[in-house]
Design a binder for this molecule. Sequence first.
Ligand SMILES: NC(=O)C1=CN([C@@H]2O[C@H](COP(=O)(O)OP(=O)(O)OC[C@H]3O[C@@H](n4cnc5c(N)ncnc54)[C@H](OP(=O)(O)O)[C@@H]3O)[C@@H](O)[C@H]2O)C=CC1
Ligand SMILES: CC(C)CCC[C@@H](C)[C@H]1CC[C@H]2C3=CC=C4C[C@@H](O)CC[C@]4(C)[C@H]3CC[C@]12C
Length: 473
Amino acid sequence: MLRQQKTTSTMSRVETNGWSTTNGINGSPVAPARHKTVGGGENFIVAFVTRTLMPLFLMFASPNLVILLWYTAARCDGSFYELCSRLATGGLGKIWGDIHIASPLAVGVILGYMAWALLLMVLLPGPRVEGPVTPRGNVPVYTDNGFLCYVVTIVAFVVLTFGLKQYGMSPTIVYDHFDEFLGTLTVFSHVLCIALHLKGLFYPSSSDSGTTGNLIFDYYWGTELYPRVFGIDVKVFTNCRFGMTVWPLLVLIFALKSYEISGFVDSMWVSVALQMIYFTKFFWWESGYMRTIDIMLDRAGFYICWGCLAFIPGLYASVSMYLVNHPVRLGPVVSWSILAGGVFAIVINYLADKQKQDVRRTRGNCLVWGRKPEVIHATYRTADGSVHTSILLLSGWWGVARHFHYVPELILAFLWTVPALLTHVMVYSYFIWLTLLLVHRTFRDDVKCSEKYRHHWTEYRRQVRYRMIPGIF
Ligand SMILES: NC(=O)C1=CN([C@@H]2O[C@H](COP(=O)(O)OP(=O)(O)OC[C@H]3O[C@@H](n4cnc5c(N)ncnc54)[C@H](OP(=O)(O)O)[C@@H]3O)[C@@H](O)[C@H]2O)C=CC1
Ligand SMILES: CC(C)CCC[C@@H](C)[C@H]1CC[C@H]2C3=CC=C4C[C@@H](O)CC[C@]4(C)[C@H]3CC[C@]12C
């Protein structure tokens, strides 16, 4: 849950989502840094492309791509070549004819799960944690009960699975009707986006809200940074209690389906084990996630809502979905080696995230790699004019490169995919997406941080020259 300590529900200004006082949406995924013409005005063609055409394209293309990904795995034996042949012969219409976009089963299961997740979110206890100061000077407050919600949900899932077995029922029905689930989730997310759009305009939860004046961009990007409905934080729900919890549930359901079809197969086992360790780490660190770009910068619009409700189930869980009908016997040596490499990557990624958190929490009075950390005490200004200080870490993983922690994240994604071998590109869709997302994110974060910290960030960039991989990028 999240509360705002300091809220001023003003909506008079054009929105400022980031830290710049002139144009705060530069950190958005589709709005690059300001483009000035020679005369100094904004280049409207670039603005039209990035804030209208790109969002429109993404909102139309992404749901289609996710469904086609499912179709490729389930109906085309995981082959993009086969998908293209079918598209060439029958066209998109023929393929859509084979897809069911909604069903009462999907609506019932999704609503049931949402009710469960909301109930846990509200009822389970947890310590109170504060998020970072927002651009408008608000301090979001959360109940840190993510780990508990996750554990209770997974245990309940296992108990329910055994319970249902006695009645000849299995959660693998979700796999059998997955197209219906993806379609229903897309419809749900549009309903949520419309409601949130209107809420942000007429009943904002805090002053971190507003409009850009462009309806399409507002719908895509959102009108509020931290919307709350009856005290429930919408982004904590969409990102953590839905997206990040449904992903492990799907991974378990797909593993169960694979077991029903092929018995115990080590490719599925390795991939599932790595993903489950990753989810457990995520929820253990959830309060740290509240200080990342998704929460600090991304508003609750189509990007985050559809992304977490439909894109995570459709793309992020696609490796396990593919493995259901593509089992590979790897043998113990290969399996355990992949598992060990993956666990190592998770540990490095976790330690890097933790290093940043520890240094900030102790205001630099801790040890990083056995030494007192080098830091920059950076100042920044919020929209209300008040000045704050923050710490930029120059030691440890944050001295290796400015986003070195993305490297183990990518290695891990590769390692939980490679058990599927290199037969089909389709199964690497998540890895390819993640590479693009993280590389793009290094640029987004640079824009956001240089607007926020100005010369302090320039100094950090001077001292830590590389974005992700020392000597290369
Ligand atoms: N699987 C997936 O789809 C994805 C996974 N991830 C993972 O999520 C985690 C979080 O990543 P992400 O959201 O990108 O955010 P980061 O962990 O990279 O956090 C970025 C923020 O950290 C602060 N910061 C930047 N440099 C420093 C420094 N040197 N010292 C102290 N603080 C600094 C800044 O925020 P501030 O304003 O507080 O100064 C900056 O905006 C990572 O583990 C990443 O691998 C990320 C993206 C996608
Ligand atoms: C509109 C779509 C084309 C794009 C939607 C993207 C979002 C679903 C994802 C964008 C950033 C993603 C995440 C960031 C950081 C994370 C921390 C990590 O430890 C777990 C995964 C994640 C929560 C991840 C989830 C999906 C995004 C929000």
